[in-house]
Design a protein around this ligand. Structure first.
Ligand code: AMP
Length: 147
């Protein structure tokens, strides 16, 4: 069985480059589509109910967050020489949820992330890695990060 769509989830921690290189290698060997995703850890302000229209200030703010995330992805992509046809995506929300949801809706069959990122080097797995492993409907590769 070969993978058809490989997703790299990056948080720009020091291990991200190592994680991305593993994913690039796997996607090449499988001739798979490759996507790069960063989630801006973001919760809408309290009191923002579904039946309320978002205020323009909130929308501008969210657009800015996505813009910053996209700029960081571009810098990261240049640094690691990411294949030019790799789609870059930024989502706002809780990282573990957005990664799982992205994979489910975009037909990803392998998620590649670090065993650790910005959280929890002291534990066996970081909180994002642990939650994605528990909830993803596809294979997940947690690349071992030791420091
Ligand atoms: P953590 O479990 O939060 O220490 O992070 C483990 C791995 O999850 C990281 O090495 C990244 O591959 C991925 N990850 C964590 N946060 C994000 C994020 N905000 N956006 C995309 N991927 C993330």
């Amino acid at each position: 069985m070969s993978y058809r769509h490989v997703l790299i989830a990056v948080d720009f921690s020091s291990a991200s480059e190592h994680v991305a290189r593993r994913a690039i290698g796997i996607s090449r060997r499988n001739s798979a589509v490759l996507s790069l995703l960063h989630v801006v850890d973001y919760l809408p302000p309290l009191g923002f109910a579904d039946d309320l229209l978002p205020t323009p200030a909130l929308l501008v703010n969210e657009k800015e967050l996505i813009g910053h995330g996209m700029a960081s992805l571009e810098t990261f992509a240049r640094k690691i020489d990411l294949p030019a046809d790799t789609a870059r995506h930024v989502r706002l929300g809780a990282p573990h949820q957005e990664i799982v949801e992205f994979a489910r809706t975009q037909g990803v069959d392998l998620i590649v992330l670090g065993s650790h990122g910005r959280h929890g080097l002291g534990r066996l797995l970081g909180s994002t890695a642990n939650s994605v492993l528990n909830h993803a409907a596809c294979d997940v590769l947690a690349v071992r990060i030791t420091a």
